[in-house]
Design a protein around this ligand. Structure first.
Ligand SMILES: [Zn+2]
Ligand SMILES: [Zn+2]
Length: 179
């Protein structure tokens, strides 16, 4: 374990994520890990949030079973997750973990749009399989198969949790598979 690096802090508030987006509990008070998810469009981070694991599970449970299976199958069907665990399992440098797409292995330097996620517990980072980067090509492959109800759930999640009009990344077809 190591500290959460600034890359996974809130860019908007320029400090670590302290509370869950959904239940608003403080991460240092809950006895559960949490994830920080960020969506990049080119160099710009268009979307970021921290969420505790119980809330993350609730959100996943709101997706249709078919959609959940698609997402799970996508990751389980990728031999690269086990491979990267062998290759960089010893590393506690987040850059090693996000330097290639977790599923297709395209280098981050050749990727334009992508999502990243890390897992934390208190102020510490938990490694393997997180942190992860997934390129937009891989995300689209999964997204185009997600059900209408899952897209609607995602839409609702955005409306419930974020103020203002959703950016491109937040539109219903933008369901991040690294939620
Ligand atoms: Zn929560
Ligand atoms: Zn990819």
């Amino acid at each position: 374990m190591g500290d959460i690096p600034p890359f996974f802090h809130s860019f908007e508030h320029d400090e670590p994520f302290h509370t869950c987006l959904t239940c608003e509990q403080a991460f240092h008070k809950i006895d559960a890990p949490y994830t920080v998810t960020k969506v990049f469009k080119g160099p710009e981070c268009v979307f970021e949030y921290g969420m505790c694991l119980p809330c993350r599970k609730n959100m996943a449970d709101s997706f249709s079973e078919e959609s959940r299976q698609r997402i799970t199958a996508f990751f389980e069907g990728s031999p690269n997750l086990a491979l990267r665990s062998e290759e960089i399992g010893h590393s506690q440098n987040h850059e090693d973990w996000i330097k290639n797409c977790a599923t297709c292995r395209t280098p981050l330097t050749e990727v334009i749009d992508y999502s990243v996620a890390c897992m934390g517990f208190g102020s510490n980072m938990i490694f393997d399989p997180f942190p992860m980067m997934v390129c937009s090509d891989c995300e689209q492959k999964v997204q185009e198969h997600l059900s209408k109800s899952t897209r609607e759930q995602w839409d609702k999640f955005i409306l419930d949790n974020f103020d203002g009009p959703p950016a491109d990344a937040l539109k219903p077809d933008g369901v991040p598979i690294l939620v």
